[in-house]
Write a protein that binds this ligand. Structure first.
Ligand code: FES
Length: 182
């Protein structure tokens, strides 16, 4: 991914005074030293949940290094995210136990339902998907986790129902029509 394409993704991230204050705190913690860039990016991600382009730009200026160098480091490590995560983060286990019990078709089904691929976020910002390796509950394989909720013995059929529940819970409430009572 190029920094140009990332700019499109991050158009909604605002570098507010509060955000700048938090970034400065992280930079000071790491002595404003570009050699600590990995730890800086880890702390930035822990704070903002992903590495937004305006944040990377800001850090590059503060540390007097190029954005290119930061992207070079960040894209090397799979732990770093460049896309704003969804309100609900879906993790699908692709570990051995889950794999042999159909994790791939489970993941395919979720991707089809949401029209996104692992590492992406739905347009409405509701869901993002990640594939992970062993969630530590192999007896429940295949497993998916949404936020902190574990769903074991998953099947493609169960996916639709579960996602529908989350969608319903996030649907805007309908206000009763005026004058419909008496
Ligand atoms: S392999 Fe999926 S939970 Fe362990």
């Amino acid at each position: 991914m190029t920094s140009d394409s990332l700019k499109i993704i991050h158009h909604d991230f605002k570098l507010s005074d509060n955000v700048i204050k938090k970034i400065h705190k992280i930079l000071v913690k790491h002595e404003n030293d570009p050699r600590n860039i990995i730890q800086i990016l880890q702390d930035i991600q822990a704070e903002f949940h992903y590495l937004a382009e305006p944040v990377i730009s800001f850090i590059a200026k503060e540390l007097a290094i190029s954005e290119h160098r930061i992207y070079g480091v960040a894209t090397f490590y799979s732990q770093f995210k460049f896309v704003k995560p969804g309100k609900h983060q879906i993790r699908v286990c692709m570990g051995t136990a889950c794999h042999v019990r159909g994790a791939q078709s489970l993941l395919d089904k979720i991707c089809r339902e949401l029209h996104i691929q692992p590492g992406e976020t739905t347009k409405d910002g509701l869901f993002s998907i990640e594939s992970v390796y062993c969630l530590g509950c192999c007896a429940l394989a295949p497993v998916m986790v949404i936020d902190d909720n574990v769903f074991g013995n998953m099947s493609a059929a169960k996916v639709t129902k579960i996602l529908r529940k989350y969608r319903r819970a996030n649907a805007p409430r309908k206000t009763p029509a005026k004058g419909g009572g008496k």
